[in-house]
Design a protein around this ligand. Structure first.
Ligand SMILES: Nc1ncnc2c1ncn2[C@@H]1O[C@H](COP(=O)(O)OP(=O)(O)O)[C@@H](O)[C@H]1O
Ligand SMILES: [Mg+2]
Length: 227
């Protein structure tokens, strides 16, 4: 799913991953985490005809679509976008994880094995709506288990600032099969966008930081970044 989803991914991965697989996509604001996931899903779903669900909590679906269109990407019909930003305003005591679970179950019933990919954008936005305590951590553990039981390729977006660990609020870093970090680097007075695999179970992968850019079909991986 990763290899067919982005141009240049073969420079990073030697083999593809197989569901159930949970990948955390981390990086500071503006590092193109949403764009990365939208590129992967749009390309993969267009190519395979599978069904995917993108759940946006942070940014409205409209805004996300505008960004996607600006990269020259066409969102296929088999990519369902669910906007949680409205719910956010209304329900203070809402259990977002439970709600997300129900939604995934619903689409699994509707599409069966054709439903292969799921994005949560973002974990931080869910955390900002609830109190993060032991109970929440246990729930999150259960949620990851549930995602695996649904046999999905999952991408969880989490914000992270330079230098801090992927564990973030709890133990998500350990729960994930893969951690992909997006960022920006200074090179000759210019900011360059980067991607680096920090962890990827079951797969041989490049360890170098890669330069990334936006091409006609969304995000592309250019190659290793040299000092
Ligand atoms: N068409 C485009 N071409 C190149 N870069 C773009 C394009 N559209 C947006 N960007 C860059 O992407 C950034 C936003 O990416 P986004 O995926 O929303 O980041 P994140 O989800 O990590 O906050 C913008 O700040 C801008 O620099
Ligand atoms: Mg985003």
């Amino acid at each position: 799913m990763l290899l067919g989803g982005m141009q240049g991914m073969e420079r990073v991965l030697h083999s593809d991953v197989r569901a159930p697989y949970v990948t955390m996509v981390t990086g500071p604001p503006g590092s193109m985490k949403s764009s990365f996931c939208m590129t992967l899903l749009s390309n993969h779903l267009t190519r395979t005809g599978e069904f995917g669900l993108y759940c946006t909590v942070e940014e409205s679906a409209d805004s996300l679509l505008r960004g996607t269109a600006s990269m020259g990407l066409k969102v296929p019909n088999n990519l369902q976008l669910t906007d949680f930003t409205e719910l956010r305003r209304e329900n203070e005591n809402m259990d977002y994880l439970k709600f997300t679970r129900r939604m995934i179950e619903h689409f699994k019933q509707q599409h069966g094995e054709r439903f292969t990919t799921f994005v949560l954008d973002s974990l931080g936005a869910i955390y900002s709506l609830t109190s993060v305590d032991e109970v929440m951590r246990k729930k999150m553990f259960g949620f990851f288990d549930f995602l695996r039981s649904m046999n999905l390729n999952v991408f969880i977006i989490t914000e992270r600032n330079v230098g801090s660990h992927a564990e973030l609020q709890g133990n998500e870093g350990f729960l994930a099969d893969a951690v992909i970090n997006l960022g920006m680097d200074q090179r000759n007075g210019k900011l360059i966008r980067t991607l680096q695999i920090e962890k990827m179970r079951h797969c041989r992968h490049a360890m170098e930081k890669m330069a990334i850019d936006v091409g006609p079909g969304g995000m592309v991986i250019l190659g290793p970044l040299f000092d």
